[in-house]
Design a protein around this ligand. Sequence first.
Ligand SMILES: C[S@@+](CC[C@H](N)C(=O)[O-])C[C@H]1O[C@@H](n2cnc3c(N)ncnc32)[C@H](O)[C@@H]1O
Length: 200
Amino acid sequence: MPSAAISRYFDETENRRIREDLVFAVDNVAAPRVAIDCGCGAGADIHYLAANGFTVHGFDVEEESIQRCKRRFRGIENVKLSRSSFTQYKFPKASLVIADASFFFCPKKEFPDVWTKVYECLHRGGVFSGSFLGPEDTMAGSEYNREDFWPDVAIYTEEEVQKLFVKYEVLRFNEHRLSGTAPGGEPHDWHIYSVVAKKI
Ligand SMILES: C[S@@+](CC[C@H](N)C(=O)[O-])C[C@H]1O[C@@H](n2cnc3c(N)ncnc32)[C@H](O)[C@@H]1O
């Protein structure tokens, strides 16, 4: 069963604005337009990609995410949904892989295999767009209650993120620090690295 906090998060992000990085990534993708959304949540990015001519493979570990997306994209043939964890997912070939705020929750010891699969599924010239959680985010702190959302929070230093992209051409690398209110109303300090990179 998802927690009430997860359901509320999906309600609040279903129609969130599309991040500038995704628009930029799409502008840099060559044909064929095939995307994978890792940890697709309520489907905001799937909606954007499908409307921009992509076949989108969306997966998420939460049954609620997949059920919501199945209702949302019913009858849309270029959206393919599966319930899966990052580690279990069989990545199809793609020209774009996105992971927005979702690799935050991939256990660090499992991530190297997942990251290899991301690299291998991308066509040469294919694009990755995603984000990684920095050490000064509220979620990295000892007072953050990990049980409300997904408990395996993975923290990366800037150097660790940069090392992930040695086999890519980095098109954009940004560090974001922001204080505000998270979906659900709690105060939050964000510390996030966002990356758009092209497989060489
Ligand atoms: C913060 S939400 C982001 C959702 C979506 N990418 C967005 O930006 O709106 C994190 C997503 O990762 C999913 N997730 C968490 N752990 C996962 C895992 N081990 N495998 C696959 N998805 C996972 C969650 O269910 C959730 O939908």
